[in-house]
Design a binder for this molecule. Sequence first.
Ligand code: 4NP
Length: 156
Amino acid sequence: MIYSVLFVCLGNICRSPLAEGAFRDEVAKRKLPIITDSAGTAAYHTDNPPDPRAIATAKRNGVNIGSLRARQVKPADFKRFTHIVAMDAENLANLKRIQPQGSTTNLSLMMAWAKGREGCSVEDPYYGDENGFEVTWSDVVTASKGLADHLAHKAD
Ligand code: 4NP
């Protein structure tokens, strides 16, 4: 089974592109055949690249997310992706609201994949300073390692 994972936040310019970049890196390290993407519950930033602070943070950590472009999550995503991962509780509630009936995608909170942090949100760094983006990066890397390990073992 080939897994496909969609990361979702509000604007798809800060947290979910960082999550996509961090997860892609963990998947590549494990040589796993997993499809990754990200989207926002809102459409305000459609077609925009990630926030420059997000691009710079990923770059400092060796990951290029500069070619990503924002898009809004859509009902077809619930068919296309085996896993949809929400950055915070509000994103998760919005996803549940638009989830088509009969959808069997695995819907989770990002930090559910980080031991001891289950139930926590990845805080929105948009209105903060650069340091907030490093906190976001650290959180999404921790959760990405947990999710990548989980999917690697399922594929065994
Ligand atoms: P994100 O951050 O959901 O992590 O991409 C935000 C980006 C934009 C806005 C809010 C949060 N905004 O209000 O435009």
